[in-house]
Design a protein around this ligand. Structure first.
Ligand code: GLP
Length: 240
């Protein structure tokens, strides 16, 4: 595991954006696993900057997102589909047919999981971007006695709903369920890029990276992967 701690968030963003830029320059048809939440926003901004300076093109890339809320349409400004369009897809040259997320409005959730898994299995990610939940979740793989390998619907923990409530008008509007890529699919990525910011995540960063491997801290499973790059700001790395 390669751990890099940055003095400023901007340095972290530039470094991460550079990794995506280099990958796409070497492999224009790369498969990118993407994430949402507040953590990747600065990285997406830097990627767009690189795109605007003609340093990178996404015309051949394919993307697969980690997760999506059940019951939110892509037009709902809290859906992850909306987030991705707003922060990245509408600002670069990727055709929409090459971007993928679980469909939060699917009529049959089981079929939706099978559909998404078939895509993921056929197109393993060259790089998978990950944020980290305060309880150690990755994607929406919440701490539990057991974890699923493939795409599934999760019942969100109250602590996760509360952490994400800041993006919604009220707690009642925060969905109770979400689709998420399973840990099996996440661990199939060639390279995993885990990004964490902020003092409030320092303890879970330490637990995930240096504690025992346990399904109660889903991110600890990353310790089993041969190529994980961890990018931290000073605050998130302060307990290492
Ligand atoms: C959310 C997302 C995760 C994200 C995490 C951290 O619930 N499903 O993919 O990594 O929580 O979010 P943030 O970056 O906003 O702290």
């Amino acid at each position: 595991m390669e751990i890099k701690i940055f003095e400023t968030s901007e340095q972290l963003d530039s470094y991460a954006a550079e990794l995506f830029t280099q990958l796409l320059n070497e492999k224009p048809n790369a498969v990118l696993g993407l994430a949402t939440g507040s953590t990747p926003i600065g990285i997406y901004d830097k990627i767009v900057e690189n795109f605007n300076h003609n340093k990178v093109s996404f015309s051949g890339a394919t993307t697969y997102n980690l997760d999506e809320y059940v019951g939110l349409t892509p037009e709902n400004d809290q859906s992850y589909a909306y987030y991705m369009n707003r922060h990245l897809f509408s600002r670069i040259d990727i055709p929409s047919s090459q971007t993928h997320l679980p469909n939060g409005m699917a009529e049959n959730p089981e079929e939706e999981c099978t559909r998404y898994d078939a895509l993921l299995n056929a197109h393993p990610a060259d790089i998978q971007l990950l944020g980290l939940g305060h309880n150690g979740h990755i994607g929406f793989n919440e701490p539990d006695g057991e974890l699923s390998a493939g795409t599934h619907v999760v019942k969100l923990k109250e602590e996760t709903r509360e952490a994400n409530a800041r993006f919604f008008a009220s707690m009642d509007e925060v969905p109770k369920e979400a689709y998420t890529m399973g840990v099996g699919s996440i661990l199939k990525a060639n390279t995993i890029l885990l990004v964490v910011r902020g003092s409030d995540k320092a303890r879970i960063v330490k637990e995930a990276l240096t504690g025992p491997i346990t399904t109660q801290v889903p991110a600890s499973l990353l310790q089993t992967h041969p190529r994980v790059i961890v990018l931290l700001d000073r605050e998130a790395g302060r307990m290492l």
